[in-house]
Ligand binder design. Sequence first.
Ligand SMILES: Nc1ncnc2c1ncn2[C@@H]1O[C@H](COP(=O)(O)OP(=O)(O)OP(=O)(O)O)[C@@H](O)[C@H]1O
Ligand SMILES: [Mg+2]
Length: 273
Amino acid sequence: MSNNQTTTLCVSVLSGKGGVGKTNITLNLGCSLVSAGEKVLLMDCDLGLANLDVLLGLAPEKTLQDLLLPYTTPAEVAIPISEGLDFIPAASGMPELVELDTDIRNVLFDKLESFFPAYDFVFLDLGAGISSTVLAMAAMSRLRLVVVTPEPTSLTDSYALMKVLSKKYGVTDFYVVVNQADNHREEVQAFDRLHAACQKFLKIEPQFLGGIRTDRLVSEAVRRQKPLMQYAPHSLAAQNFNALASRLRSIRLTMLPQLASSSVLMPLPKEFS
Ligand SMILES: Nc1ncnc2c1ncn2[C@@H]1O[C@H](COP(=O)(O)OP(=O)(O)OP(=O)(O)O)[C@@H](O)[C@H]1O
Ligand SMILES: [Mg+2]
């Protein structure tokens, strides 16, 4: 960054239901953006059950939990993964972190706010569900990716999450990623169902960012603890990730003026304080 203006796009990756692909999407979108020359920070914000570190085959010494201590800085916790890609891990099995105390959460966010501007993209891989920490991080990010699969349970849970964020916290803009559809028709149908419900009952219009098809190489890469983008860069899902990454790059460019006009993290709605 050449001046004090922020150009960082902070993207949260969320879903109502667990296990729909948030962590894989965070990791592989990040890798794809780095290949395109962007500087990316991945942050594991699944404070109860972290697992980005597992997908990367790492056993981190310091985690997000250490950032709750007064003098630890994000730079001490962030792990360089490759040129242009850094990673802040979270601690697993710490249920008390899922519902962070407001003061502690604010200390954490202040530290992150001064660290994020070094990156073009910051991805927050959130836990499933609607804990106050998930809602706060979703509300503070500049762009929200809601991950769904075509299963009705995934669609209803994501609808519920968007309902809480919009009705309670006034957050109304969402981008939807449909993961694990078997074909284009299934992908479009899933998005249309979610979009119709949001439009009718919440009066909001989530946008379709794109889809990642079901690809057995995704789970094979997970088992090998390698990002799909390295393990199978020409696979169908990898091509889907590249398409999604390219859309995100265009979105960021159109958002630059508004990114420059405020802080990396949006101020929390007053309902949170
Ligand atoms: N496009 C895909 N094709 C095939 N399998 C997939 C795909 N996306 C995800 N999976 C499978 O789903 C599993 C769960 O994915 P992931 O861990 O990314 O979900 P998550 O939403 O982060 O879960 P959690 O809510 O527990 O954090 C993966 O380990 C992988 O086996
Ligand atoms: Mg996950």
